[in-house]
Design a protein around this ligand. Structure first.
Ligand code: SAM
Length: 349
């Protein structure tokens, strides 16, 4: 340290000591910078590994590495400003993640009796469910239960509810196997009368499942939901269905924020809403968390439903399996292969 334009007031030995200290601090700072850069690099590699591990369930094809843009990580995984919890954080709070009672969520009425009554109404329809595990039906159906996107219980209850509700119009955000299930069900059980709108910006999977003539019968909006006019959602009426299975992430100008903040408030009373990958206790599976799949839609949905008298839970199969597994296994056998993550809500008023 020198004073501008003058002699230093410190002795030369004190100045030397200060120089030595300054150079040690510079070295330490260099090591710290290197360490933090290294931590950032490790976090990026972990995230890439997570994406590769998740590729089997569609992460690669639907928003993973293939579609990633610039990698920009100001705060590494595990930093208190990062939305991605580190493994150490998860271990430290394992009790909070796994210890919650899914039947006691403050401010959320689970309507178990009403769910039981609905399951009673759906059970007789199971006898005519046409779908096979792997498509062992000679190509008769677009949908089969064993797939990475909308498997077993998800497909089964969507099929049963569609037959039960007989909607006029279904809007789906995030399409593919679920859409295949919808189209088959409408064609085989509802006279092909249901109007479908699929909002899907990356529509390869959807189109690969369609049959000749489908594209003329359904509306495919090949764009992000944030750019779809709200009028589409306002047109849904009582008994109609909105299916949400998009990025599951909560971020600035993201699809999930848009759906919760702009779309749900526009729905008419009586419209049903399906949200995918919502598990009992509104928590994600532990292995998904360990992978670094930092989805937050489930937490947003929980906050949305708490003390919310305008929307009610109609059916949550994965929760009901926890309540009465034997009864569900006996009446909905296909559901037990994979109980899935579907939740159905209804706008009450
Ligand atoms: C989990 S997948 C949907 C799976 C689909 N329901 C099925 O059964 O195959 C999520 C989908 O969200 C779509 N997506 C990504 N960003 C979106 C956005 N902004 N708006 C709507 N959909 C989006 C992806 O293209 C992807 O197909």
């Amino acid at each position: 340290m020198t004073l501008a334009g003058g002699r230093s007031p410190l002795s030369s030995s004190a100045m030397e000591a200060l120089h030595r200290l300054a150079s040690r601090l510079t070295e330490t700072a260099g090591r710290l910078t290197g360490r933090s850069a290294l931590q950032g690099r490790i976090a990026t590699l972990e995230a890439q590994l997570g994406r590769l591990e998740g590729a089997g369930d569609g992460a690669g094809a639907a928003g993973g590495t293939a579609l990633a843009g610039e990698t920009r990580e100001l705060y590494p995984t595990g930093h208190f400003y990062s939305a991605v919890p580190s493994r150490q954080h998860l271990e430290r709070y394992r009790d909070l993640v796994l210890g919650q009672d899914p039947l006691r969520i403050a401010g959320v009425e689970l309507h178990l009796d009403e769910q039981r009554a609905l399951l009673d109404e759906l059970a007789p329809l199971v006898a005519d469910v046409p779908f096979s595990d792997h498509g062992e039906d000679g190509g008769r159906w677009r949908y089969h239960f064993h797939n990475d996107f909308f498997a077993y219980a998800d497909g089964l209850f969507l099929h049963l509810l569609l037959r039960h509700l007989r909607p006029s119009h279904v809007v789906e955000v995030g399409s593919g196997f679920s859409s295949a299930c919808l189209l088959d069900t409408s064609e085989a059980f509802l006279g092909g009368e249901v109007q479908f709108t699929f909002v899907e910006p990356y529509d390869d999977r959807l189109r690969s499942l369609l049959r000749p003539g489908d594209e003329a019968r359904v509306e495919i909006r090949n764009e992000e939901v944030q750019r779809v006019p709200l009028d589409l959602f306002r047109r849904l009426g009582p008994g109609d269905l909105l299916l949400i299975d998009s990025t599951h992430t909560v971020k600035a100008a993201g699809d999930v924020n848009w759906l919760f903040f702009e779309v749900l408030p526009e729905l008419a009373p009586g419209v049903l809403v399906h949200v995918h990958d919502i598990f009992p206790g509104f928590e994600y599976h532990w292995p998904w968390l360990e992978q670094g799949r930092a989805w937050a839609e489930s937490y947003l949905l929980r906050a949305f439903l708490q003390y919310n008298s305008a929307f009610e839970i109609v059916l949550w199969p994965s929760l009901m399996v926890g309540v009465e597994a034997e009864s569900i296994a006996a009446r909905f056998p296909q559901a037990m292969a994979n109980i899935g993550g579907s939740i159905y809500l209804r706008r009450r008023r």
